[in-house]
Write a protein that binds this ligand. Sequence first.
Ligand code: GAP
Length: 449
Amino acid sequence: MADKQAPPEGGRGMDTFVSLCKRRGFVFQSSEIYGGLGGFWDYGPLGVEMKNNIKRSWWRYMVQERDDVVGIETSIIMNPRVWEASGHVGTFADPMVDCKSCKHRFRTDDLKPNDKGQLVCPDCGGELTESRMFNLMFKTYVGPVADDASVAYLRPETAQGMFVNFENVLTTMRRKLPFGIAQIGRSFRNEITPGNFIFRDREFEQMEMEFFVMPGTDEEWHDKWIEARMRWWTDVLGVRQENLLLREHANEELSHYSKRTADIEYNFPFGGFSEIEGIANRSDFDLKQHEEHAGKTLRYFDEASGQQVLPYVIEPAMGIDRCFLTVLIDSYAEEDVKDEKRTVLRLKPQIAPIKAAILPLSRNEKLVPPARKVWELLRPHYMTQYDDAQSIGRRYRRQDEIGTPCCVTVDFDTLEDQAVTIRDRDEMTQVRVPIANLLETLREKLPGC
Ligand code: GAP
């Protein structure tokens, strides 16, 4: 694993990635034509494909391929008492200060003293208010009357949907400990300082799994899940090991529910290693809290001991937006090819938004019909793009920049031999393949797609 002090990989600034995302239709500013809104982002046509691929990969690894995890999908707005029980109403807060002059708001722990040792507004140098706690949950009202009785919150984590459904899943799916419940969904946090592109958002997506275990086996399961999660980042997503770090939380840093937490961090171009996933031992905190607040028993009958037990919970929790950014940065390369520069995203084929591009050598009227036929052949099987604008070299570069693993070129020989050329993104090699064998060849080149 990497040294915490190592400089960020490649030395490229975030501008490179923000600009690529905008230019190639991965990520746009939310409501951009109105000037955007801090901490909110839209995923474009390529971005949504890549994000869906990340989600599919996680679901496959965490649910489909396991015999001890099931999935659910719960509502974003829940009974507000859930958030009293979980501790979010009382403790989900950051310290913040306001500038008395420009009215901008800052996280207290982000501020650095000036050369006179004073904390002043970093934007205008104005005087700051006393630090006070600011709850990060977005408030709303349910129903037509906006009063205290109708207050509800947009969920700040998906986890509570799993805890309050523990009993439902346990009984309907006839589960025995240990078993897990997984969910992918949106979460909302009114972050005081959103930023670093899609790293810290106010609306984001999480992929979380609550793994319920017998008390006493929790530490062993925690270690197993830390190892399994790290393997997903390296082996499944292909993120380079040297850019990842496993960091244990110090005692004073632990969340109110956690017995132990280990974070997986990535070496980002801004500020170095930062959290991309947390794997926490939440003990029996949440189930116990919900038992007390809801007045319902959430115990598991352990046949071996004849006892009703309150399970412990191991929770791997990650954000998709941070994962998206990680994969994008880690796969990015600029290379010199002959006299040209090429930018390439060396994405794993399962994660790449477009699997194959169909490129007729030119817009010649004889080439377009067979090229369109090849496109029709591939469309039911893979996410594809058809591109016939500009030179073939320019089109290869365009596909490299969005990480397309295979380009299928239709040329004048195709009219004679009913074959096409497959050009490999990483090696830039080309092989000639009969159209009759094209799907079979692509299946080999695009494993798991
Ligand atoms: N249920 C536990 C939980 O939510 P967390 O460490 O607060 O734990 C888990 O969040 C993951 O969610 C983080 O590792 C990060 O990837 C993602 N995340 C948290 N806050 C985020 C934000 N404001 N913007 C984008 N992703 C965020």
